[in-house]
Design a protein around this ligand. Sequence first.
Ligand SMILES: [Zn+2]
Length: 505
Amino acid sequence: MRWSSKLQFSVPSSQFSVPSSRWKAGYWVLSTGYWVLLASATFLYAGPSADEKHISVYSPVAIYTLPVLEHAGHEYVGLLELLEPLGRVSSQSTGRLLRLRYNAVDAEFVAGKTRAKIRGRDFDLTAPFLIENSRGMVPLNSLSTLLPRFLGTPVNFRESARRLFVGDVGIQPSFRLDASNPPRLEVTFSAPVNPTISTEPGRLRMLFKRDPVVSPASQSISFDSQVITHAAYSENDGTAELDIEASASLMASFSSDRRTIIVSAIQQETSGTPATPNASGPGTQNPAQTSSPAATNATPASASGNPATHRILAVVDPGHGGDERGAALSDTLAEKDVTLGFGRLLRHELEVRGFAVALLRDGDTSSTLDQRAAAANVAHAGIYISLHAVSQGSGARVYTSLLPVEGTNKGVFHAWNAAQAPALPVSRIVSAAIVAEMQKRQFPVRGSSASLRPLNNVVMPAVAVELAPGTGGVADLTSANYQQRAASAIADAVVSVRDRLGVQQ
Ligand SMILES: [Zn+2]
């Protein structure tokens, strides 16, 4: 994948302007635990041209995708390209004759002829052997019988989807609905997976190109939920697809071993207005609708005038969690507990101001920084707010990413570690608004920038707020009143800049 080369992450230590060594250590250590969800169409490699066909091959030794050529009404694939990842191949061509050896198996093919010889025996192709740009090509619908002759093992070729399985490599998904509110769907795979995930209103789509995912017991599954209603499996052009359908916006997060994907509904409804798949707003927009920077505050003519149906999604990310406790704020107080309480308060403050809010963890669970950023990106959030706490200093510090701002749009390709760059000007506006609101309330505050993850990986406006004690010492950090002052200042500030929020192109 084109992204893999960009995942190497290093930050010269001089770039850190963060006083707390805890932040630095935490982010640095965690940043080595890579695995990255390739997410969201605004963010991703858009894929090859639609008229190019592909075949994917899954075997215990290699997984690869090859182009498919059409000739005289038949689909062809390069024979050497097909065999090379699976074993040792040598070949020799003389005029129309191709001689090749795969491991210890000899074969001969003649351009324009269907009759070939493999292991000294005749073999009939379903269409004539082809030499195209000096590449020997065989028809796709011969592969089920042709490949076993070379490999000595049966293959399972799902011809209509152009997916070829060598050996027992299929990965099976299973589903478990957790009917809590909002509901979650746990999709568990029999081996680690790395799908491309995108969302659109009422649907979350996982595309498995490199993973040999096969159909669950039933291709279409209904869930006993009004919110997450269906899962449907399909496969086409060398890719398996799993679609989760819902009556609300969905987001995905990942277990650390990459075997479980948790799909959760984002609660959008307030004051009796149910979420609908047609609700507009960045939380439910498809990528095309976010193409204009003004799109997030432009009410489409067709939308109702009721602001409750046009809500911006805020992702609130309480730092740390699970085994990763964050800073020890006192002998008994862990940062992860402060950030969770603070996050819940902030969620409430944003919700009463008309935002849809996704809390990235609503319990003592852990996820990597990449997973947190990816979850925000996949959800097409309008703003991302990361929360931390420290025992030294006073009041709050508001951070934005230290990335250089991109002068011009570089298209849809953003390096994972610079995904924030296009949104950075708005992130700074958000940060300045939070600082101003806190100052208004005599809450000590400083704005700052830092080369911190996952801010750098988030495609929408993003800030981190680090809460330090006030005059009451560390006890302030668990004081509902103190947290409340900070949370309502942040929420008021976000409201004041809501017209600027959303993914910048
Ligand atoms: Zn922290």
